[in-house]
Design a protein around this ligand. Structure first.
Ligand code: RP5
Length: 166
């Protein structure tokens, strides 16, 4: 008999509470597919020890995918990826008084070879896609989840009208 899940397989971490309005799109995508997650604030520069503890312990804690969002000089995804071999999906968050997310994007996407971060689009679309991509990774070994993703794709296709007006 299948054992009940004891811990979520997806971690959503972000550098600040101010990232949550964007990062909750990842959470909503996971909610829509029935995938449990843990969301928490882990700052690379304000709480560096919390980041190290999280990243080094993530695999033992049962996580299989990490979604990491940060803005500005966005070290969190890359630093987290350097301390775990779990896949890390990076979401560039646009910050107020920042460079509209270009700063975050370049900080996250330009990882030197050897420590990969799968970087998504800037902002809400990137966060949503990070949630969907995390689910697709888990679905490689979860046929029921794979079917839910197929159904979501089909519903999305069906929702697109072919006419330009009602
Ligand atoms: C980054 O600094 C966070 O990821 C956030 O995007 C940005 C601004 O943080 P707050 O000043 O709003 O806390 O570390």
């Amino acid at each position: 008999m299948a054992q009940p899940e004891t811990s979520p397989k997806v971690a959503i971490i972000m550098g600040s509470r101010s990232d949550w309005p964007v990062m909750k799109k990842a959470a909503e995508a996971l909610d829509g597919l029935g995938v449990a997650y843990d969301a928490r604030v882990v700052s690379a520069h304000r709480t560096p020890e919390r980041m190290v503890d999280f990243a080094k312990g993530a695999k033992a804690a049962g996580f299989q995918v990490i979604i990491a969002g940060a803005g500005g000089a966005a070290h969190l995804p890359g630093m987290t990826a350097s301390m775990t071999t779990l896949p890390v999906l990076g979401v560039p968050v646009p910050v107020r008084d920042g460079l509209k997310g270009i700063d975050s994007l370049l900080s996250i996407v330009q990882m030197p070879g050897g420590i990969p971060v799968g970087t998504l689009a800037v902002g809400e679309a990137g966060a949503k896609n990070a949630g969907l991509l995390a689910a697709q990774i888990l679905a490689l070994t979860d046929p029921d989840l794979s079917q839910r993703i197929e159904a979501l794709r089909a519903a999305q296709t069906d929702s697109v009208p072919d006419s330009v007006e009602d």
